[in-house]
Ligand binder design. Structure first.
Ligand code: SAH
Length: 362
């Protein structure tokens, strides 16, 4: 943990760190609970408005700390109700977060990095490259901003770590964010309502298996063989399909829970009946469900979305093998908020982002 950066910013502190910070200044630990209730429960970041804190404590806090909150730059609403938010961070970098209503639950799709280093061949965010990791406070900050923007304060919601970035490539800050989100005096988001989606960085996956706070797991598989997956997901050259499936078989799952396998369907690449049969064989013996995601096409993405018939045929073969299959309905495509379409396109871009946009015409 970077003490200099985080000690002065309450948004970066999980409960234990906040308690330690207070204790080091001779302040009672239980004030941490009150602060969590204000910041996460009530959405109040103006310290002078925290009326149950003694006046002297408020003064100490006003003098010594800040509570960083991402700034809302733009929001766009899709005809299907999905909303995409562009948020600006303290250093001027920007990320996108998405609110997906009625699926049937309410879901926030949150980013874990600015850009992404994984460079999956069909993903627009991957074209940006990795600009930087988000801090835990910036990951939680997206939820803090969106909850009020869409009037969800006090209501139940799900979180999917499927925005920009690879969560397991930013392991420590992502896990810390999940602990802050789970805090009973904050948002109290049960890990059962959180899904972490990953390309399958094996060492981090093994680490995740031992976490006290365990989100649901989604693996971006996209192909049944190393040959095909290697062309789509560059990191497959390091952690192959066989190793990932073996790690999934070892993964400690709660009763009745399963691993989701995401499979972006690309016309003529991974959508044949033979691919479906191979996928079914690969997943035999894994507690799994398959989420087929027909490609969300975009300029600069050198693949096509399969026909509806090809999508149906693929899903049907999996179902015939007794796999649980869902075909993801694309949400927010008209505002480019759908899977793999998050890329920062505004004027205030870093050189890396400008390059990405220039090169791919996104
Ligand atoms: N890095 C993580 C999480 C972010 S992406 C991961 O790869 O899992 C969330 C999902 O959207 C992933 O399954 C990803 O492969 C998928 N996706 C990316 N680009 C897409 C596109 N153009 N169309 C449909 N799904 C896409």
């Amino acid at each position: 943990m970077n003490q200099n950066r985080s000690s002065g910013d309450l948004a970066e502190l999980e409960r234990a760190e906040l308690e330690a910070w207070l204790e080091a200044r001779g302040i009672e630990r239980f004030r941490a609970r009150q602060l969590f209730r204000w910041i996460y429960g009530q959405g109040v970041t103006d310290i002078s408005a925290m009326t149950n804190l003694p006046r002297e404590l408020r003064q100490v806090l006003v003098d010594e700390v800040k509570i960083s909150t991402p700034a809302l730059v733009t929001r766009e609403r899709s005809i299907d109700g999905t909303e995409k938010f562009l948020l600006c961070l303290a250093d001027g970098r920007q990320v996108e977060s998405v609110f997906i209503p009625d699926t049937p639950s309410m879901t926030f799709c949150i980013s874990t990095q600015v850009g992404c280093a994984m460079a999956c061949a069909f993903c627009l965010t991957g074209k940006m490259g990795l600009v930087r990791n988000l801090t835990a406070g910036e990951i939680v900050g997206q939820v803090r901003v969106l909850v009020d923007a869409v009037n969800m304060r006090g209501k139940r919601f799900n979180i999917v770590l499927m925005g920009m970035g690879e969560p397991l490539h930013n392991y420590d800050e992502t896990m810390k964010a999940l602990r802050i989100l789970a805090d009973a005096d904050g948002f109290a988001v049960s890990p059962r309502r959180v899904t972490l989606s990953t390309v399958g960085l094996l060492p981090a996956l093994e680490r995740l298996a031992h976490e006290p706070i365990m989100p649901n797991l989604a693996i971006s598989l996209h192909a049944p063989t190393d040959e095909i997956r290697g062309q789509l997901v560059p990191i497959n050259k390091k952690y192959g399909v066989g190793e990932i499936i073996a790690a999934c078989k070892r993964f400690p799952l709660k009763k009745r829970s399963r691993i989701t396998f995401e499979y972006v369907l690309l016309a003529g690449v991974n959508d044949s009946p033979a691919d479906a049969n191979r996928l079914a064989r690969l997943l035999a013996g894994v507690k799994s469900k398959v989420n087929v995601i027909p490609l969300n096409a975009a300029a600069g993405i050198p693949f096509d979305r399969p026909s509806d018939e090809a999508i149906d045929r693929f899903a049907r073969i999996l179902a015939e093998h007794h796999l649980t299959v869902s075909v993801r309905k694309s949400r927010g495509r008209d505002i480019r908020a759908a899977c793999g379409q998050l890329i920062v396109e505004s004027q205030r871009q870093s050189p890396a982002q400008q390059l990405a946009v220039a090169a791919f015409g996104a």
